[in-house]
Design a protein around this ligand. Structure first.
Ligand code: SF4
Length: 219
């Protein structure tokens, strides 16, 4: 990403928008979503889905052509994100959800520092295959079968269920404050929701996460 000596790093952003967090612990909370381009478990192209490590992705993270997408320096990126937050007084904390794709391919300390300087509380949605800096305020890991997870601690573990090759029992001992099961979307969403519900009732450490943004028809 860095071009030549002294050139500033640029971040490839698919899209950024203001909405409500739809799933997991912060469900219903107003947030700026910052979707980084690219993932290390799938190219994002349909022709590669069958051979990808992660095959059930429901997100378009390829390229930089979405709403407010583009290539940004850290300073310009934070300015753009600030412009999306409503004018609500100088003292209130803003909330940004860094997602993707896999945001840890790009998110780094300089950007984290600038976001904090602009009063953003930073939440991260990651597949956990890359270590996350401790300075991130809210770490949500959604592990995928067949991967080597590096980030086994954080605030929220969100397992898409059922997922061949990874069970709730195999990850429940990791060091997370909140454990969520989220129904696998696609052809069998209703059946999968029932399976999540039943698992949570039998194993009360786990809570149900629903993708409410899909029901609400918001991004
Ligand atoms: S890890 Fe996440 S962003 Fe990457 S392909 Fe899987 S679901 Fe999509």
């Amino acid at each position: 990403m860095t071009k030549g000596k002294g050139a500033q790093k640029v971040y490839a952003i698919k899209e950024a928008f203001y909405t409500l967090q739809g799933e997991g612990f912060h469900s219903g909370r107003p947030a700026v979503f910052l979707r980084f381009s690219g993932c290390n478990l799938w190219s994002g192209l349909e022709k590669d889905r069958e051979t990808a490590i992660c095959k059930f992705c429901d997100t378009d993270f390829w390229g930089i052509d979405g709403q407010n997408g583009g290539k940004y320096t850290a300073g310009d990126l934070v300015k753009m994100l600030e412009s999306l937050w409503p004018a609500d007084g100088e003292e209130n904390t803003r909330f940004v959800v860094c997602t993707g794709g896999e945001p840890m391919l790009q998110l780094d300390e300089p950007l984290i520092d600038l976001l904090h300087g602009a009063r953003f509380e930073i939440a991260l949605e990651t597949n956990g295959t890359l270590k996350v800096p401790e300075s991130v305020d809210w770490i949500c890991v959604s592990p995928k079968a067949g991967t080597e997870v590096q980030q086994k601690e954080g605030d929220e573990l969100k397992l898409v269920y059922p997922q061949k090759g990874i069970s709730p029992e195999s990850v429940a001992h990791w060091n997370f404050t909140h454990l969520f099961l989220q129904p696998m979307d696609g052809g069998q969403t209703e059946k999968n929701t029932r399976a999540c519900l039943e698992y949570c009732l039998k194993n009360p450490r786990w809570k149900l996460s629903l993708q409410t943004h899909k029901t609400l028809g918001i991004p």
